[in-house]
Design a binder for this molecule. Structure first.
Ligand SMILES: *[C@@H]1O[C@H](CO)[C@@H](O)[C@H](O)[C@H]1NC(C)=O
Ligand SMILES: *[C@@H]1O[C@H](CO)[C@@H](O)[C@H](O)[C@H]1NC(C)=O
Ligand SMILES: *[C@@H]1O[C@H](CO)[C@@H](O)[C@H](O)[C@H]1NC(C)=O
Length: 539
């Protein structure tokens, strides 16, 4: 999962970088692994700074002051199919044609055959295993086909239309052409979110592309509009052009954005994430009530697993007329965490981040509400913590159905064998995580919770729950390959992180001579936490 951003200021002599950096920090929850900004300054020169680490660590005053120019592209990265090597931090750049900078959120599912095409037909060198580099080169190759000395909007639309025919998968992208403008496009299924907004200035309009609408709100932009599936949007200093360039589109945004990834204060495709999470709490309450009655069980108190599930937990408690209590207190100032192999270390990780208050648990039947259950290791630890401080019974309610399948569209899920729900029924999941009972939201309820706010969304990508992939073309062999690649990433990350802790890893193409303090403080990683995601206001 990643966050992308593009900004074009009407005033070409102003600098876009400070606002891009500000905007990226609002998208930090979408990726804490690496970040980067490239701006385009006088004479069409690109200025770049990218590195492993959080936005606030990479973009200090000195770094930002060297990023000159009134337009630019930014990216925050959560590793997906590419490795976590900092050479693969985005945005990427290619010089030909025209000078292109590119940032991508998503994942292509046909990268092996595209790699082949690049090599054998397009004769373009791909240096990394990142499908984003592949997508950039596909874009460049299609632009090259126009064969023009200077291109116009129509040429770009044609090129992106060509790209959409050639590749399959999820992609929400922002590109920048030197001295020309910024471009956004979204795959024909609209799986990952992206939108455009504008801000009136005395002299003209500033324009923004961002993964989530919160960036527009915070930077004072209005008139937010989502980029449509299969659509491309081109912004130059003379205005905006939009066009649907894909021949066929079927809108199926990823429902997991609403469950877990997006900030609650964002509105995606007309649906408030916050409202959808409230609805998830209401729907889950009905399910919980039904199952508790069947089992003849009662609950004394509802406690959220911070932070994502709070909104849903509060609604659930109100609906069931049960007290809502904050039983887990988060340690806001916990330092960086490493990818620590082994259960012992994971356990310590959870306890460093959360503390259970005995007075809310002691002698009670507690209902813990979580957004989802992925590996189950964190759930297990949290349940144990609740029992250690005297909980009588621990029941877990999940706002999402059981996650049993891989995500191939850009969310970094562990391999299927590591998902606690894979090959287990509800009873077995409860046993595996040490809960007295586990209650899941049903998939039709989850879909209804989101869709009720925009009924013109025909359906959603729910592949992590169903194993049905909206783009088609996902073979068992591909899933296996993807899992191998990710296992490799986790291994590499241990190396990268341990190097960084010694101050070795650092900004690439550095404008910085001191290589200190670039930390990969992955506080909320899907691979070691469940229910602790989306904690953007950590400090
Ligand atoms: C190419 O990939 C290698 C290996 O990942 C990396 O070390 C190097 O920096 C990359 N080169 C460029 C130009 O990105
Ligand atoms: C308009 O843009 C200029 C240059 O970026 C900036 O200094 C000024 O504050 C802006 N004015 C408004 C009303 O936003
Ligand atoms: C609802 O979804 C449709 C796509 O099916 C989109 O065109 C429309 O803009 C969305 N509504 C709002 C209010 O954003």
């Amino acid at each position: 999962m990643c966050g992308v951003l593009g900004l074009l200021l009407h005033d070409a002599s102003a600098d876009a970088a400070p606002e891009i950096s500000e905007g990226l920090s609002l998208l930090q929850h979408r990726g804490q692994d690496a970040c980067g900004i490239v701006t385009c300054g006088p004479k069409g020169r690109f200025f770049q700074c990218k590195a492993n680490g959080m936005v606030r660590d990479v973009f200090d005053e000195k770094a930002i002051s060297k990023l000159v120019g009134g337009m630019g592209v930014g990216h925050v990265r959560y590793p997906t199919a590419g490795s976590s090597n900092h050479a693969e931090a985005q945005p990427f750049y290619v010089n030909s044609p025209y000078g292109i900078v590119f940032a991508h959120n998503g994942n292509l599912i046909d990268s092996p055959s595209l790699m082949q095409f690049m090599d054998a037909t397009a004769h373009r060198h791909i240096n990394t295993s990142s499908d984003s580099e592949l997508l950039l080169n596909l874009f460049a190759n299609n632009l090259q086909q126009t064969g023009k000395f200077r291109i116009n909007e129509d040429d770009i639309f044609t090129a992106i239309g060509g790209l959409m025919k050639q590749c399959t998968g999820a992609y929400a992208c922002v590109a920048m052409l030197a001295g020309f403008g910024i471009i956004a496009f979204r795959d024909p299924n609209g799986i990952r979110p992206i939108g455009v907004a504008s801000r009136r200035n005395n002299s003209g309009n500033d324009y923004l592309f961002a993964s989530e609408s919160i960036v527009a709100d915070a930077l004072g932009f209005g008139e937010w509009e989502d980029v449509k599936p299969g659509e491309a949007v081109i912004i130059t200093r003379s205005g905006v052009s939009r066009k649907r360039v894909a021949e066929h589109t079927t809108f199926t945004p990823d429902i997991f954005e609403f469950v877990y990834f997006a900030r609650p204060d964002s509105v995606l495709d007309g649906v408030s994430v916050y409202r959808s999470r409230m609805a998830m709490g209401d729907a889950l309450a009905v399910e919980v009530d039904k199952i508790l009655k069947e089992r003849g069980m009662t609950v004394d108190v509802v406690i959220p697993v911070p932070d994502t599930s709070r909104v849903a937990a509060l609604n659930l408690a109100q609906k069931l007329n049960l007290p809502y209590r904050e039983g887990f207190i988060k340690n806001r100032y916990v330092g960086r965490t490493f990818i620590m192999p082994g259960q012992q270390m994971r356990r310590r990780n959870v306890r460093r981040k959360l503390n259970a208050m005995a007075l809310e648990f002691s002698g009670k039947n507690v209902l813990l509400v979580d957004d989802s259950i992925v590996r189950g290791t964190t759930s297990k630890e949290i349940i144990q913590m609740a029992k250690d401080v005297g909980a009588k019974k621990v029941i877990v309610a999940s706002c999402a159905p059981p996650i049993r399948h891989s995500n191939v569209y850009g969310i970094d899920m562990p391999s299927r064998s590591e998902l606690v729900a894979h090959g287990r029924d509800t009873e077995e999941i409860a046993e595996a995580i040490g809960a007295d009972l586990v209650i899941f939201q049903t998939l039709p309820d989850l879909i209804a919770c989101v869709r009720q706010f925009n009924s013109s969304i025909p359906t959603f990508d729910c592949s992590v729950f169903t194993g049905e992939y909206v783009t088609g073309g996902v073979s068992e062999e591909y899933l296996h390959q993807l899992e191998l690649l990710r296992a490799e990433n986790v291994k590499n990350k241990v190396v990268v992180n341990s190097r960084e802790s010694k101050g070795e890893g650092s900004r690439v193409n550095g404008f910085h001579d001191q290589e200190s303090a670039i930390v990969s403080s992955a506080i909320n990683r899907a691979d070691d936490t469940v229910g602790l995601h989306n904690t953007w206001n950590i400090s």
